[in-house]
Design a protein around this ligand. Structure first.
Ligand code: NAP
Ligand code: GDD
Length: 383
């Protein structure tokens, strides 16, 4: 009998990688998908199986973390061995615009899952992974941050996730449930949502190189993040649920980098040097040099002449609309517990991650539909 897993948030970055990972391990994977006016299954289309096939290993259910009846019915029908609760309104800046919805989905949503498992008398059978976050550390009380570092959330998103973290701990202690938190630091990939900073940068750098975007506007360039690759991080989620004892784990690389340096490295990956000057809202980055052999190899000789002409021009500016009312300035994780107990190690370095993302976005932007000038501007406000 194969194990049965339920993934909430299966259409998201982590949900897609985790579904693929568990299917490869022989699981039957069920996913909860919100109804939307478009399919919105792009990240998992390669795993899709026709509903008429027998012995399917990927089955989708309509559902929502704000609907307890729906969640309880699905969990009752599936009787999962493992639940990975990844669904969330996951954008920190957007949570300032939608604080009540964020509290409902990201905070109470966790309670709904735990309570469904308890009411259905599945506490002995079903193990639960809660997608907690390094955003809980917020205004950091210690550097680096580990499992014992006190939390100080700095956004409606992080405050909602704080409830999710503690209600998971509480159900574990009160009802003996196998419920664990993964306190994951930022993790990125070619599947990352387009409005998170790394993907915004890799998409923009690819477009600038191809001559379909002049410049990109960013928010706070000085904040620092501990970035890993999502593929490494979904493996950690799985390992957490394979332990005999439930517990909470920090998952991080132990290296922190500014947004400014991430941008510099993304340009360097395709042979372009971005030189930063100025301060605050007046900070800019100009194109200072082109490494022609790298550029030709990664982008193509056809684009060399036009990029050469741009030396000295501004590629990056700052727009305060991307600032947050309260910022998280520095995240740096200490994953010693995960290394020791889970034998988890990241396999991707930051440069591997950037290479993977740039390769994918250059390929994507070379598609005819993206080469149409101006298309990107529609998205600009939301980035
Ligand atoms: P993501 O790409 O934004 O995916 C979020 C998923 O949740 C999507 O499938 C989304 O569905 C779904 N969702 C949102 N609201 C929902 C609702 N009310 N009911 C049901 N589903 C809903 O996020 P991610 O990067 O994969 O992150 C996965 C989880 O880990 C999230 O909980 C996030 O907060 C947490 N986390 C992420 C990171 C990171 O760096 N990536 C770090 C720490 C923790 P749609 O496709 O319909 O929008
Ligand atoms: N999104 C965005 N857009 N962020 C920008 C920009 C911009 O134009 N310019 C600068 N930043 C800065 C943000 O102010 C923040 O300090 C940093 O880049 C990272 O922003 P995001 O990529 O949006 O991620 P996040 O750190 O706020 O949140 C992500 O990681 C958390 C884990 O620490 C999300 O995935 C959360 O769901 C996750 O919990």
């Amino acid at each position: 009998m194969s194990k049965v897993a339920l993934i909430t948030g299966i259409t998201g970055q982590d949900g897609a990688y985790l579904a693929e990972y568990l299917i490869k391990k022989g699981y039957q994977v069920h996913g909860i998908k919100r109804r939307s006016s478009m399919f919105n299954t792009e990240r998992i289309d390669h795993l899709y199986q026709d509903p008429h096939e027998v012995n399917r290993n990927l089955i989708l259910h309509y559902g929502d973390l704000t609907d307890s009846l729906n969640l309880t019915r699905i969990i009752g029908e599936i009787q999962p061995d493992e639940i990975y609760n990844l669904a969330a309104m996951s954008h920190v800046k957007v949570s300032f615009d939608t604080p009540e919805y964020t509290a409902n989905a990201d905070g109470l949503g966790v309670l709904r899952i735990l309570e469904a498992v308890r009411l259905l008398k599945l506490t002995e059978k079903t193990r639960i992974y809660q997608a907690s976050t390094s955003e809980l550390y917020g205004l950091v009380q210690e550097v680096p941050q580990k499992e014992t570092t006190p939390f100080y959330p700095r956004s409606p998103y992080a405050v909602a996730k704080l409830y999710g973290y503690w209600i998971t701990v509480n159900y574990r202690e009160a009802y003996g449930m196998h419920a664990s938190n993964g306190i994951l630091f930022n993790h990125e990939s070619p599947l990352r949502g387009e409005t998170f900073v790394t993907r915004k940068v890799t998409r923009a750098v690819a477009r600038i190189a191809l001559g379909i975007q002049q410049k990109v506007y960013m928010g706070n360039l000085s904040s620092k993040r501990d970035w890993g690759h999502a593929k490494d991080y979904v493996r950690a989620m799985y390992l957490i649920l394979q332990q005999d004892e439930p517990s909470d784990y920090v998952i991080a690389t132990g290296i922190t980098t500014t947004i400014r340096d991430f941008i510099r490295l993304a340009f360097q990956e395709i042979g372009l040097e971005a030189e930063f000057k100025g301060e605050g809202v007046d900070e800019i980055a100009c194109l200072s040099a082109v490494n022609e052999s790298v550029f030709n190899q990664k982008i193509g000789e056809a684009y060399l002449e036009s990029i050469r002409k741009r030396i000295g021009e501004t590629l990056v500016g700052v727009d305060p609309q991307y600032f947050r009312p309260t910022e998280v300035d520095l995240l740096l994780g200490d994953a010693t517990k995960a290394r020791t107990i889970l034998s988890w190690e990241p396999r991707y370095s930051l440069l591997d991650l950037i290479q993977d993302m740039m390769l994918s976005d250059v390929k994507l932007m070379k598609k005819e539909s993206y080469l149409k000038k101006g298309g990107y501007q529609i998205l600009n406000y939301f980035e």
